[in-house]
Write a protein that binds this ligand. Structure first.
Ligand code: TMP
Length: 205
């Protein structure tokens, strides 16, 4: 029987989602399922090239959304659908909710453009569950500063940008019909992990 599930994690930069990917992957493996851990933009050789462009080269807002969806189409066709078809679970660090939050919420892309692209690129596919790591942008900024690497084009955005991104994420969670599980990402790593484990258990009883 095909039991693959598509799971995504989301949140503003610095919310800490990527630190919990391995934990989620282990929780899935503990159920006896295979899991493919991947990310957006990226996840394929072409997608990783598009990621480098998106994160480093200045571009107009609609172009940015198109690049995200171009990388997504490759990812979907070459990685996500084949894995789900094999019965594996797919755990992706970001998917279309990120485009809604960053490009619509952050950059002001009209929701109608987002919906058109979403319908074109993945008309029949949405994540089965999404874990949204929700954090005050001021705390996320401090967490990010603690990492010593150079910030990319998004990470250099001002606090107001991230407030808008966070709001768009929460709005999308509210209208997701229970697909998006909001995880309070403040406090210790262990505390966040416990709340994530509870949300995972609720999503996949
Ligand atoms: P990451 O740092 O979580 O790997 O994400 C890369 C950056 O790309 C992050 O700042 C969010 C941004 N992004 C978008 O703006 N739109 C998208 O659709 C995706 C997938 C990511």
């Amino acid at each position: 029987m095909n039991t693959g599930r598509f799971i995504t994690v989301e949140g503003i930069d610095g919310a800490g989602k990527s630190s919990h990917l391995e934990f989620l992957a282990s929780a899935i493996r503990a159920r006896g399922a295979g899991v493919v851990v991947t990310r957006e933009p990226g996840g394929t050789p072409l997608g990783e090239k598009l990621r480098a462009l998106a994160l480093n080269d200045p571009m107009e807002g609609t172009t940015e959304a198109l690049v995200m969806f171009a990388a997504r189409r490759e990812h979907l066709v070459r990685v996500i659908e084949p894995a789900l078809g094999r019965g594996d679970w797919v755990l992706s660090d970001r998917f279309s909710d990120a485009t809604y939050a960053y490009q619509c919420g952050g950059r002001g892309l009209p929701a109608s453009v987002f919906l058109t692209l979403e319908r074109l690129v993945h008309p029949d596919r949405q994540p089965d569950a999404t874990f949204l790591f929700d954090l005050d942008p001021a705390i996320a900024y401090e967490r990010q500063r603690a990492q010593s690497r150079d910030p990319d084009r998004f990470e250099r955005e001002a606090a107001d940008f991230f407030r808008c991104v966070r709001e768009a994420y929460l709005e999308r969670a509210g209208s997701s019909g229970g697909r998006v599980h909001v995880v309070d990402a403040s406090g210790s790593l262990e505390g966040v992990r416990d709340r994530l484990a509870q949300a995972f258990a609720r999503a996949f009883p």
